[in-house]
Design a protein around this ligand. Structure first.
Ligand code: NAD
Ligand code: WQD
Length: 342
């Protein structure tokens, strides 16, 4: 069975490629490397001792997508490719809408043309906006608070329309909570370009000495310790959620929607403590004002994925922190080689 992975060189994509190869799927990656590099794919092949095919191609360039479908008989597509920085999406919304929406429309047109109608789409818990209660089930009302989130919401709606028009499509909308951690080998992990936007890469760059201190965005939330609470999920658990979704897709379910989270919430201070324990380093931090747009808490009801896919997250907070640290320590500059090394 051959799977096309768009954005397969990225953070979640590369971890999913590892698990796909381990399960003996044939893997074809399409990525423009706008937020990743070829080295992650070299390491995926090193970890698994298996080969994948890859194309440096842009979803904004339809002929290059055709090229991939002409070369390979694809059975299903896992679509990770997209821009994902919330703050940047507020400053340059058109770029986000163009890349995420037009890129997805081009992919869907190619899938239609080559009669490949099985799709797993990377959605996000951000589509729940500012939820009224917790845990969040898939039935909660949806809303967007920024252009990035709106791009996910619009794509979800487009995919529902597509299925209404043609019942041959099978589409899984996977709503991820907060992916963290890295492959246990320390070979692949999250490699933010510039200053990290997200909590865990920021903390681990403080721990390794690249950044002086973390700003904790607010300590006056209505949460047990006053800092924001999120449902952090180990990226390998998340990758395995995609593997468990593929057989479901092939059973012709139409459109299915699953939360991929652990169901547990941890605060910013708990994450700091977790990384201090894993690294043996003191993490310097200061409490600052809330970050505009942040919500107090967010965690999943993930029982639907357990019931229907047989999937649940198994890795603990200690695993998330240990693997984050292992990756950061082994690759202080991410995939970039240290100065002096060729
Ligand atoms: P990432 O940036 O590491 O990976 C995305 C990949 O897509 C990158 O390799 C990038 O080069 C590629 N890409 C972007 N635009 C492209 C285009 N036009 N053509 C070809 N390739 C393109 O991000 P990630 O964290 O691995 O996220 C993967 C997906 O999951 C994204 O769709 C993201 O929105 C979604 N998601 C991520 C999170 C998170 O916190 N990381 C949470 C929820 C949902
Ligand atoms: C987590 C907690 C911050 C950084 C974002 C997107 C969401 C999804 C996942 C894609 C919050 C606090 C953070 C820092 C801090 N992405 N924090 N200091 O905001 O839950 O979700 O990534 O779909 O759409 O919005 O994740 O890691 O940025 O923040 O105190 O330097 O850490 O306030 O409570 P978030 P995050």
């Amino acid at each position: 069975m051959k799977i096309l992975v768009t954005g397969g060189a990225g953070y979640i994509g590369s971890h999913t490629c590892v698990e796909l190869l381990k399960e003996n799927y044939d893997v074809v990656v399409l990525d423009n490397f706008s937020n990743s590099c070829e080295e992650s794919l070299n390491r995926v092949q090193k970890i698994t001792d298996k080969k994948l095919s890859f194309y440096k191609a842009d979803l904004l360039d339809p002929p290059s997508i055709d090229h991939v479908f002409e070369d390979h008989k694809i059975d299903a597509v896992i679509h990770f490719a997209g821009l994902k920085a919330v703050g940047e999406s507020v400053s340059i919304p058109l770029k986000y809408y163009h890349n995420n929406l037009t890129g997805t429309f081009n992919l869907l047109s190619a899938m239609d043309k080559y009669t490949v109608k099985n799709l797993v789409f990377s959605s996000s818990a951000t589509v729940y906006g500012d939820p009224a209660s917790f845990p969040i089930t898939e039935k909660f009302p949806l809303s967007a608070t920024n252009p990035y989130g709106r791009s996910k919401l619009v794509i979800e709606e487009v995919l529902q329309d597509l299925y209404k028009s043609d019942k041959d499509w099978n589409i899984a909308l996977l709503r991820y909570f907060n992916p963290v951690g890295a492959h246990e080998s320390g070979e692949i992990g999250e490699d933010p370009q510039g200053l990290p936007n997200n909590l865990m890469p920021y903390i681990s760059q403080v721990a390794v000495g690249l950044l002086p201190r973390l700003k904790v965005f607010g300590k006056d939330y209505n949460t047990p310790d006053g800092t924001g609470v999120r449902d952090y999920i180990h990226v390998t658990d998340l990758a395995l959620g995609h593997i468990q979704t593929l057989p479901k897709l092939l059973s012709n379910p139409g459109v299915v929607i699953y939360n991929l989270g652990t169901g547990n919430g941890f605060s910013v201070l708990e994450m700091i403590k977790g990384l201090e324990k894993a690294s043996g380093q003191k993490i310097s931090y200061q409490i600052t004002d809330r970050r505009p747009g942040d919500i107090a808490a967010c965690f999943a009801d993930a029982t639907k994925a357990k019931k229907e896919l047989g999937w649940e997250a198994t890795k603990s907070l200690d695993d998330m922190c240990k693997d984050t640290w292992n990756w950061q320590k082994k690759n202080p500059q991410g995939y970039r080689k240290p100065a002096g090394e060729q």
